[in-house]
Design a protein around this ligand. Structure first.
Ligand code: PBG
Length: 304
């Protein structure tokens, strides 16, 4: 009579692609996760796909960062190269890309800066360019994570105009200004060099605002909406699942992963059981899809 069950085909596995070749560098605060060059990523995605996980999310760590994040929309950027190589090696794998500026700007903010502030509207154009360049390289879906207002619409219009009307958008619609992203910023080398992200990400104390953010993104054309982080925001996932008839994704973020790994290493918790309990609770709250660094480990248990 179990009400909730997990399945690897509802997982999305995040990967960090870097430049060079033969690079596979473990992220210290995220044991089991790596920065990998394209050749290494190919090996990883083969394993991911063989475990029954149909989908990945790609983050890029570029060689070159500047004020306007120009590597983000470079036809030969790390992500663009990775998409082509992955699609070549494992064509059935569904490739989603993270669309944001913070990994590509030297200041580490998710948009371009003027007078010390992130500029919403000028950033939209760059995000749209980035999304189109991912689609041109062969991405199956784009996932804007920047939280600028109006980006879903800007990206939708740009994709349609360039002939990619079939490419869906998964929007990080309710994304909180969370300290659970700490390890990720080490992984993606994307920490803001000044200030924080509170002017564009949501206040963790707000519940009803999430519904407004989600409604706006759906209106602008989002096909899947995401809540992030997941574990400390199960109420938000549940609210959204109840209020909207649209697929809901939840991002079990880096800090949630690191906590479990660290306590597991210390022998303070049963890591595998805690992992499965967390993933089950995210599903139970209403997530149709779960983005998680645990995807491979959990799939191994589920496939037994
Ligand atoms: C980029 C982005 C972040 C994450 C996903 N996309 C970091 C941030 O907003 O600072 C976090 C993912 C994680 O912690 O696992 N904007």
């Amino acid at each position: 009579m179990r009400e909730t069950s997990l399945s690897p085909d509802k997982f999305i596995y995040p990967l960090f692609v870097t430049f060079g070749s033969g690079v596979k560098k473990e992220i210290p605060s995220m044991p089991g996760c790596f920065q990998e060059s394209v050749d290494e990523v190919i090996k990883s995605v083969k394993e991911v796909y063989s475990l029954g996980i149909p989908s990945i999310l790609i983050f890029g760590i570029p060689e070159h960062k500047d004020e306007i994040g120009s590597s983000a929309y470079d036809e030969h950027g790390v992500v663009q190269n990775a998409i082509r190589a992955i699609k070549d090696a494992v064509p059935e794998l569904f490739v989603t890309t993270d669309v944001c500026m913070c990994e590509y700007t030297n200041h580490g903010h998710c948009g371009i800066i003027k007078d010390g502030d992130v500029q919403n509207d000028p950033t939209l154009e760059l995000l749209a360019k980035e999304a189109v360049s991912h689609a041109k390289a062969g991405a199956d879906m784009v996932a804007p994570s920047d939280m600028m207002d109006g980006r879903v619409e800007a990206i939708r219009l740009a994709l349609d105009e360039e002939g990619f009307s079939e490419i869906p958008i998964m929007s990080y619609a309710a994304k909180y200004a969370s300290s659970f992203y700490g390890p990720f910023r080490e992984a993606a080398e994307s920490s803001p060099q000044f200030g924080d992200r509170r002017s564009y990400q949501m206040d963790p104390a707000n519940r009803r605002e999430a519904l407004r953010e989600i409604a706006l993104d759906i209106e602008e054309g989002a096909d899947i909406v995401m809540v992030k982080p997941a574990l400390a925001y199960l109420d938000i996932i549940s609210d959204i699942k109840d209020a909207f008839d649209i697929p809901v994704a939840a991002y079990n973020v880096s800090g949630e992963y690191s906590l479990v790994k660290a306590a597991g290493r210390l022998g303070w918790i049963d890591e595998k059981r805690v992992m499965m309990e967390i993933l089950t609770s995210i599903k139970r709250a209403g997530a149709d899809l779960i983005l998680t660094y645990f995807a491979k480990e959990a799939a191994k248990i589920l496939n037994k």
